[in-house]
Design a protein around this ligand. Structure first.
Ligand SMILES: C[S@@+](CC[C@H](N)C(=O)[O-])C[C@H]1O[C@@H](n2cnc3c(N)ncnc32)[C@H](O)[C@@H]1O
Length: 465
């Protein structure tokens, strides 16, 4: 009859990694409940058995009961809500399956143990399942004690094997899953540890952040341990290869990795959200020019719009963008969009499908104000693309993004920029003395424009999506 449930972290399956406290706890358990996940990871079942054989004294009788694990649907194609619901249903089914076994225990068996791979605090549902079991017995008037004993987790062993700390001095560590990595990656997260990654998601960051250091480890703690470290852009193919070969040999692979900026690169300050996320949008088009949210693949448009004589003449400095800078801007656009800081679009020439420029709305100053910035790649200048893109983005900002007033400005001599703004319906509001820095250290006056929905000056466009 059940009296106590112990959740015991057993590290990575090597008896030498089990803490003294966990070893002591193992020797108190009458029945271990183990999820039977089929044949695929039988090496893990064997490793778990080896821990019990090595650490439980021969005179302590115990049983291992394999409880068939309820089936889970594939995760990859589910959205976050469906994923969450799927996991919850799966937990509920597990609670039912375990309760059935526990209800049938003889009076002599009072302590039930769950062996948790690594540490129960890292991506493991056992504690939640045990909480539900304890609550279920409490509701039936049966008091069940429970405790949790820590183990060595994959990120700890990864760090130890690579002989590194997981964080920079005083900086954060972000632990996440492969399915979330690309969407949420940001240099300001600090060191990022990735677990549960079936597809080596870091490959999706190579274009934007080739300079990141990657510390990768698979089968950590086992005789088959694999380690690779190096610059992400240099080693990602090797990791792909090593991983695929290992998966072929074992039938499964469990790996964990750390991504971080090289030690000499500054950790940028995290920019907090400055408003609600901009609403998602597809392509907006007037038939000649289209705009769509800027993505990692648009980095060359970002670079080419900036790195030319005309653009650099009006810029604040005469520093061209490096390829890495342009990649970072393009790859970071989705994060800025989500944080509500900036909605950056790439302009497309509808006829050729080529990237023609960039345009963005930044949330600046009082609520409801959007500051526009734009630039066109030299090949597409003089064709009215800026005015068209300004109309498309302005209409979207007013209709869908809650913007009440749009502003833009240009250096007093940048006549072309002013013409485009006027053609898109913007009205000049004044001249701001010495507001904009020049590359030579002097400052230029700025001509400032605005547009509001009420000023009604944009020509109606019917965006197509
Ligand atoms: C369900 S989580 C369990 C994590 C575990 N509780 C821990 O503390 O490490 C499984 C993930 O942990 C990582 N992992 C577990 N064992 C590993 C090992 N031996 N080597 C590398 N990564 C491992 C992998 O990222 C794997 O996808």
């Amino acid at each position: 009859m059940i009296g106590r449930i112990r959740v015991i972290g057993i590290g990575m399956g090597n008896p030498g990694h089990v803490t003294g406290e966990a070893a002591g706890a193992l020797a108190t358990v009458d029945v271990f409940l183990v999820a039977d996940k089929g044949e695929v990871k039988s090496d893990l079942v064997a490793a778990r058995q080896a821990v019990c054989d090595a650490l439980i004294p021969a005179d302590h009788a115990y049983r291992v009961v394999e409880v068939p694990d309820p089936r889970r649907g594939p995760d990859a194609e589910r959205d976050a809500t469906a994923y969450d619901r799927g996991v919850r249903d799966w937990h509920a089914a597990r609670v039912d399956a375990y309760a059935e076994v526990i209800d049938g225990l003889p009076d002599s068996e009072t302590t039930v143990g769950f062996l948790v791979w690594g540490d129960p605090a890292f991506y493991d549902s056992t504690i939640r399942v045990v909480d539900a079991l304890v609550a279920r017995y409490a509701a039936a008037g049966v008091a069940v004690e429970h405790d949790v004993i820590a183990g060595i987790s994959a990120p700890q062993l990864l760090a130890a094997r690579h002989r590194i700390p997981l964080n920079r001095i005083g900086a954060p560590i972000h632990i996440t899953t492969g399915r979330r990595l690309v969407e949420e990656y940001d240099l300001a997260l600090g060191d990022v540890v990735v677990m549960l990654d079936g597809h080596l998601a870091c490959a999706g960051l190579v274009d934007a952040y080739p300079q990141l250091e990657l510390f990768w480890g698979a089968y950590l703690g086992s005789p088959d341990e694999l380690l690779v470290a190096g610059r992400l852009g240099d080693v990602v193919d090797e990791v792909h290869r090593v991983r695929a070969e290992a998966r072929e040999r074992h039938g499964w692979v469990m790996d964990t990795y750390l991504l971080r900026q090289p030690t000499d690169a500054p950790v940028p300050a995290r920019v907090g959200p400055s408003g609600p996320a901009f609403p998602a949008t597809g392509t907006l088009s007037d038939g000649v020019v289209a705009v769509r949210p800027l993505g990692p693949g648009d980095w060359e448009v970002v670079r080419d719009e900036h790195n030319n004589e005309e653009s650099l003449r009006w810029a604040f400095t005469d520093e061209p963008l490096t390829d890495d800078d342009a990649r970072r801007v393009a790859a970071g656009a989705a994060v800025e969009w989500r944080r509500g800081r900036a909605a950056r679009f790439v302009m497309i020439d509808v006829e050729t499908g080529r990237g023609a420029g960039v345009i963005g709305v930044m949330r600046m100053g009082p609520p409801g104000i959007g500051l526009l910035g734009y630039g066109v790649v030299p090949d597409f200048r003089g064709r009215g693309f800026t005015a068209r893109a300004l109309r498309l983005v302005s209409d979207w900002a007013f209709r869908e993004a809650g913007v009440a007033r749009l502003e833009l400005g240009h250096k007093v001599d940048n006549v072309a920029s002013g013409k485009a703004a006027t053609r898109a319906g913007f009205r000049a509001e004044g001249r701001l003395a010495g507001r904009l820095p020049n590359p030579d250290g002097t400052r230029s006056d700025e001509i400032y424009y605005s547009l509001t929905p009420e000023s009604g000056a944009t020509e109606p466009t019917e965006p197509t999506r």
